[in-house]
Write a protein that binds this ligand. Sequence first.
Ligand SMILES: C[S@@+](CC[C@H](N)C(=O)[O-])C[C@H]1O[C@@H](n2cnc3c(N)ncnc32)[C@H](O)[C@@H]1O
Length: 411
Amino acid sequence: MRAAAAEKLRQRADYTHKHNVKTGRHGWLRLTPAYSVKVVDEIISKAGRPLRIFDPFCGTATTALSAAYHGHEAVTTDINPFLVWLSSAKLNFYGAATIGATRRACLDALELVRTSGVKPCARPALHNIERWWSVESLDFLTKLRPAIQAVTEPQSPEQTLLSIAFCRTLIATSNAAFNHQSMSFKDSEQISLALDIDATQIFSDDTHFVLNGAAENPGGNASVVLGDARNVAAAVHGKFDLVVTSPPYANRMSYIRELRPYMYWLGFLESGRDAGELDWAAIGGTWGVATSRLKDWKPSPKSFASPLLNDALECIARNENKNGRLLANYVEKYFDDMWQHFRSLTAVLAKNAELHYIVGNSTFYGTLLQVEEIYAAMLKQLGFADVECRAMRKRNSKKELFEFDVFARWP
Ligand SMILES: C[S@@+](CC[C@H](N)C(=O)[O-])C[C@H]1O[C@@H](n2cnc3c(N)ncnc32)[C@H](O)[C@@H]1O
């Protein structure tokens, strides 16, 4: 009974089970729900000929992976170096020899942990780390990380695959729960159940899961580049026939905050300051220093203006709304960033290129922010044709929140 409860707990703490995708590389670590993976896959599967496909907001590589599975050429960019690393790993080819060597390396690493044959690494500088992991789990993880490095070559495919399994294990052994849109901590009853968890078994299972996905090699050719979507042409070359992407939503969600456990353990972040800087560079997130900087933020001289956006900004900024001015600045910056993105995108579009932006609307103090309509207005102003907002589904129990496929064609 207790073991069954512990297993349930482990599943809940896992992105993959939360979103119910069972196999393949899509399931390794994901930011998008299974529904979005399906939507992206449906759009891409309709292409009647091989295309060059672009995703400016790569995340965990949903578009690039689907494109590659369908035999297209794909290029994708993200501003977050951890996501570029992860996505590149998801898009790589893995042969039988690599998979066999990784399986053996997993056993060797666990043997080093068991026999304390490796010097534990320092705990990452994650704020309040004791809240994330029990002393036992921290002991295991600080040995497992250097053990993986000891049994594999730096930057080898074996080290990459085991590091992805490590990412899954560090979440499965943590007190973090992913039951809501963003991360929270488990309650004390759940934590006591978690003590039953056998970390060695979890890492073996996670390695097995990752290697099953690695054996499914996509056919197309996909690559991922570190780049800022506000200046697309600086990161990618040539023209694209199709853009399929899920941009950051205007919902204040910080991907840096959500991803910080992985990023600290793998060395992509070393301090809260690094985290704040990266969050400020990213579109759509506000966390720590990025929130304080919003107070003094001013729009760029060539910012986008529309009655729909201006009305929404006025309603949000009203005096009676606590933090209204700050949130209005947040929304204005979000659209200023997206405007820069759309303007820079036109340079890399082939004639008749199609765009699909999968995005949700938002509310601020009861003001509905019609993100999809503002995107549509931007695209029309830039000269796109056939611009349409296709409502797809309700996002959650709030009746006004929907997800849209904003479609457009570059003439
Ligand atoms: C909604 S997520 C994308 C989810 C993605 N479809 C997936 O498969 O996981 C948005 C992504 O945009 C990235 N992003 C935010 N600002 C960016 C920028 N200025 N340039 C490029 N990527 C950015 C974030 O790091 C995040 O990965």
